[in-house]
Design a protein. Structure first.
Length: 131
């Protein structure tokens, strides 16, 4: 059972990584082209309907506090990072907005620095920008 608990987050990370490969679609602009960069920049921080919904720092901190027992039980930094990547992204997506790692860092530094530090330490990271 413990092996499955350790492997599940790693499998999720691998699946997430392969789903986001860097190969451009046929006829698409090159990855470093201004068109692609502009589209990615404008897509970040907005909802599909064009509006934006900022998740409050208090909500983020409450979510992370609730995840701490699960993250502590994983037992490996890679597993914690995989779990955090998939679950935090999914949680934000349900809220309507997926912020950048820097935005998450800014919110958690102000609202819940102790929780932020603990989560990042469990994942072996210094910043949410690594997600």
């Amino acid at each position: 059972m413990r092996t499955i608990r350790l492997l599940a987050p790693a499998v999720c990370l691998v699946l997430a990584a392969t789903a986001c490969n860097d190969a451009p679609e046929p006829g698409a602009a090159a990855p470093d082209s201004p068109t692609t960069t502009a589209a990615a920049s404008s897509a970040a921080g907005s909802t599909p309907d064009g509006g934006s919904t900022q998740v409050s720092a208090k909500e983020v901190c409450a979510y992370l506090d609730g995840q701490l027992p699960t993250l502590k039980g994983i037992g490996s930094e890679t597993g914690v990072m995989a779990n955090l990547t998939v679950n935090l992204y999914s949680w934000y997506e349900k809220q309507g907005l997926v912020p950048t790692g820097r935005q998450i860092d800014d919110q958690t530094r102000q609202e819940c620095p102790a929780t932020r530090t603990e989560v990042l330490k469990l994942a072996g990271m210094e910043s949410f920008e690594r997600l």
